[in-house]
Design a protein. Sequence first.
Length: 307
Amino acid sequence: MRLPVPESAPLDDAGSRWLRRLFWLNLIVEIGIVLTGGLVRLSGSGLGCPDWPECVSGSLTPVAHQAQTWHKYVEFSNRMLTSVVSIVAVALLVGIILDMRRGSGRKHLWQPVVLILVGIAVQAVVGGISVLMKLNPVIVATHFLASMVLVSASAWLVWRSYEGDGRATPIIRHEVRWLALATSAACAVVLVLGTMTTGAGPHSGDAKEPARLHIAVRTIAWLHADSVMLFCGLVVAMLLCCVLVASEPLPKRAWTLVLIITILQGALGYTQYFLGVPATLVEFHMLGATLLVVAVTWGVLSLRRRD
C-alpha cells in the first residue's frame, strides 16, 4: 500500500531531499520515545531515577548504591533518549533556516517545527513533575497525551514537506470536512479513555508503590471500548464519503489506512483485555496508538490541496 501523501513534492530537488529525511527521522524518534516511555512504565521503572532533573540526589546519572537496582538504568536510558529527540528537533530548526537561506521560500514549514520545539520543552517539565509527584496517574496520562500531540505535529511536518506553499484548496464537501474533525475529536476521546484505562490497571509505572486511578478497570475499559466503536463508525463513514464524493484518490487512501489501523488496534485491545493486559501486548497497543494518530492527522490533511 502506498503512503497516503500528496503527489506534489517541492522538496524533491537534490539539495533538499535530506530535509525531508530529517522530517521522517523526527517522526520516528517521536514515536520511539513513546515506546521507550511505555517500556519504562511496563517494567515498573518509572521511579528508577527518583529525583529530577538529577537521577538521584547529588548525581545526574545512576549510582551503584541506588535501591532501584536495574530499574535506574531503564529510566535513565529513556531520559537520555529525550536528548536525542531534542537534538533532532534543533536540527529541524537549523535545517529549515539553511534551506530558506538557499532561497527556497518554504515558510510553511515553520509552524509545525515551532510546535514541536515548544512541545518538547513542555514534555520535559511534565516528565519531571510526574517523577516528583511519584507517578501521579493524571500527570502520567498528561505526559502520554502530550506525546501524542508531538507525534501529530511531526506527522503534519512530514505531510507539509510534500506540499507546496500555496493557499489550501478543499477537495471535498465542507460537510465531510466537519465529519473529519468530529472523527479526530472521537480519536482524542479514545486516547484519553485509553490512558485512563492504563492508569486504573496493573501497569502503574512503579514496581514498589503503584499509583493508580481509583476507577474500576472493567468500567473504564468498557467505556474505552464504546468510544472505539463510535470512532470506528465515524471512520467507516469518512471512508464512504471519500469514495463517493472526493475529487481525488488521496483521501480514500488516507482514510483506508486509518480504518486498517483502527481495526487492528481494536482487535489488539480486546485481546490484551481478555488475556489480563500482558505487558508485551500493551506495548504493541501503544505503538498502534501512535500510528493511529499519524494516520488520522494525514487523513484530515488529505482533504485539501496546496500547490
